[in-house]
Every structure is written in structure tokens, then in C-alpha cells.
Design a protein around this ligand. Sequence first.
Ligand SMILES: [Zn+2]
Length: 200
Amino acid sequence: MRFIEKGDEPEDFATWKRRNPNANWSDFSASKDVSTIEIYNNLRESLLLDQELRCCYCEMFLNKNEEAHVEHLKDKDRYPKEKFLHSNLLASCKSTTTCGHKKDKGYFEQMITPLLENCQDRLMYTDDGRIIARDENDEDARRTIEEVLNLNHKRLVDRRKTIIRGLEQYGEEMFDQCFDNCDSWFGGFPSLIEYYISQN
Ligand SMILES: [Zn+2]
């Protein structure tokens, strides 16, 4: 999980909120109105750009705007006041078994989130592609990875394992290029590559 430095809120989104003070999220996200759809798409794109076009949780590179959904870090049901707050919005992949959809209402106060500057320092990777807590007693990290986001789903572990094997084959002299081209060569996952390089 990588720290995300959020950019400014898109102006058309701020305007829409001012004009629709009592709106529900679905009035915005599922609107049939052409200009509202455009504002939603702009918002999703700007969130993705803040994240260098990768899922905020699993770090998979997302080729198209449509591969992401606007994710509420703090869910709309329990935190209704934050449903339109730009600082609560991220872009997640659309997997139903991991990341934003899996989290759903799983946010908890001590959760490790990509909005914490030191988030990646709390996590590390095993040789077989699993994410684990750097400190084995870090229960919040374990809960975040395993229960809330399910970041050790077989699909993600296999993906990471393949990247690690790829790095082994490229060898040390190619490490910098592997990191710089992680999106096109490996489909994202820069923190994994960074961690592997630091260990080898
Ligand atoms: Zn994801």
C-alpha cells in the first residue's frame, strides 16, 4: 500500500455539491444526467491520477478510468457526513473479493490506509508473494491486510509471485528499470518491487 498525496478537489465536483446540498451518493454516482456523469468521471480520473493510475489498496495498474470505482474510505452508512468529502474518496479496483468492495463497511479507526504517510513501513512481503505486517505483533496491520482488504487473495499472491520471479530473472542491473517501468512490465505493484530491491 502506497501513500497517496491527494491533489485538489476538482472544481466541477465542488460546484455540484454546492448545488445539491441534500443529495445522496447515488444521486451523483448513478445519475442519468449527462453533465453529472461527466463530473463523476472527472472525479474518478482525478483520484486515479493522484494515485498514478493504480488501485489505492492492491497497487494494480488500472488501464482505464472504467476499471476503477470511487471508493469511500469511511463508508457512507456509518460516516454519512463524509460521503462527499474529497479527503475520504479514493479510486479502487473493481474486484469484488479484495480492496474497496471487499472492505465495504470494514473501515476501523486504526486501519492502515494509503492516506497514512508511513503505511508501507508497516508492511512487507514474503518470497512467495504474501503481504505481512513488518512487526508480527501489529494486529492492526494484520487485520487490515487479511480481514478488511483481503490482500492475500490467491489472485494477488500469484500475481506478486510472478513479479518476484521476474525480478529474479532480470537481475540486479535491471532493478531500477523494473521499478520505473513497473506499470507496463508488471501491471503496477511498485511497493513490492521497491521492497524486493531493498532486500536483494
Ligand atoms: Zn485493488
